[in-house]
Ligand binder design. Structure first.
Ligand code: PLP
Length: 416
């Protein structure tokens, strides 16, 4: 494809896009400082409806109901939103999901619970290319509990495969912790097959869905996942620091033991009893007072997703990343830019990463001109294509801006 036919193709795709009208539901930057936002997978844009949601909560709920609000509904909100998220985006039946804490903290709680449930076993399997929290938390738990981390090496444009996991698990494995969509390459792991392989070895699985939830459909119940967690401020547009969510399969709840025993995870918090007894059900994953204001915006996004369906979101996501890969091949590959993401659309989530030695200095310049992708150390630009807010024109505009800067640098130097 040539440069002008790319722009034509983007215009056609935008004209045919059934989700395009939804872009108007989200706020624009008030100052025209953003020409293309390709980082909705790090921080989703706010929905316009969220302005009212937050304002009316402060005025009517917090201001009007004061302490009575907890009894009148706030205390039930983490599980209510969890159930709705399970239904709309995770393929999880009621009673297994809750909103709480940050993803990092939930990873710790869930991984510790897994290790506690497999007391005779000595190893945790994780891949070297997983997000830092996922790796660091596993290393910390290994130190605390005297366990060994079994590292998987994965391809720079891929992620952990069933064969990798089959070769690593055995009677010593307590837990396998992997990401559904890899935060850097965008590789989609084969969750049901890997889960089955781990189970056949007697291990438990913890899946991190931070980069897939509300972008790539999930079927946690049907895939027989044990535990899962993920972010709410990426494709769920919950806002900066919105609390994360966790899933614990029903079959594990009765014996689930997490490490941070706070009053709100106890059976009868307001009895202020002398000994901890865990709540029945998913509430036993909770530790302290839920961050209510932080979780309100998630509900607005769930309403939008309910209206369009996860399948429609995934269909547009595949078209967006396919156009991005075409544009990279056409405009950037001649400069030595390397695609660090899968070429097979069925194995690719909602973002792609491209590598070039010039990118470390280029990203601040792009931000300056209102073109906002993400930078991933050492050489990567990550293009996050959020289906409800990214247009096909945004994709081509961004890749053209990168090409123009490579042209200006006379950059035919090989990628490192
Ligand atoms: C974004 C992300 C996180 C973030 O964790 P926080 O506790 O919210 O900072 C964790 N894991 C993965 C895979 C992520 O992509």
């Amino acid at each position: 494809m040539t440069r002008s036919s790319l722009a034509d193709r983007a215009a056609e795709l935008d004209a045919d896009d059934p989700l395009a009208p939804h872009r108007k539901l989200f706020l624009d930057a008030p100052d025209d400082s953003v020409r293309a936002y390709l980082d909705g997978n790090s921080l989703g844009r706010p929905l316009a409806a969220t302005v009212d949601t937050l304002t009316s909560f402060v005025q009517e709920q917090w201001g009007g109901r004061l302490i009575r609000g907890w009894d009148e509904g706030w205390l039930r909100l983490p599980q209510q939103i969890g159930d709705r998220l399970g239904r709309v985006a995770l393929g999880a039946a009621e009673g297994q999901c809750v909103v709480a804490d940050s993803t990092s903290v939930l990873l710790y709680k869930l991984a510790r619970a897994a290790v506690a449930a497999r007391p005779e076993r000595t190893e945790i399997v994780v891949d070297r290319d997983n997000f830092p929290s996922d790796r660091f938390i596993v290393e910390g738990i290994a130190r605390e509990r005297g366990l060994t981390v079994r590292w998987l090496d994965v391809a720079y444009d891929g992620g952990a495969t069933p064969d990798d996991v089959a070769a690593a698990v055995g009677p010593q494995t307590a837990l396998v912790l992997l990401s559904h969509v890899a935060y850097r390459s965008g590789f989609i792991a084969d969750v049901p097959t890997i889960t089955r392989i781990a189970h056949d070895a007697g291990a438990l699985v913890l899946w991190d869905l931070s980069h897939s939830v509300a972008s790539v459909p999930a079927q946690l119940d049907a895939w027989e996942v044990d535990y899962a967690t993920g972010c709410s401020y990426k494709y769920l547009n919950g806002g900066p620091g919105a609390p994360a969510w966790a899933y614990v399969a029903q079959r594990h709840l009765a014996t689930f033991e997490q490490p941070i025993l706070g009053w709100l995870g106890s059976a009868d918090p307001f009895r202020m009893g002398s000994a901890y007894e865990p709540a029945d059900g998913i509430r036993r994953l909770v530790s302290g007072t839920p961050p209510i204001i932080g979780m309100l915006a998630i509900q607005d996004m769930l309403s939008v997703i309910e209206g369009v369906s996860m399948d429609a979101i995934r269909a547009k996501s595949e078209l967006l990343t396919a156009l991005a890969v075409h544009a990279v091949d056409t405009l950037l590959e001649p400069h030595g830019v390397v695609l660090a993401s899968p070429r097979d659309a069925s194995r690719r989530g909602g973002h792609i990463t491209i590598d070039h030695a010039a990118f470390a200095t280029m990203v601040p310049e792009l931000w300056e001109e209102g073109v906002i992708p993400d930078y991933r150390n050492p050489n990567g630009i990550r293009l996050g294509l959020s289906p409800l807010t990214t247009s096909f024109e945004d994709v081509v505009l961004t890749i053209e801006a990168i090409a123009a800067r490579l042209d200006a640098r006379g950059a035919s130097s090989p990628q490192v």
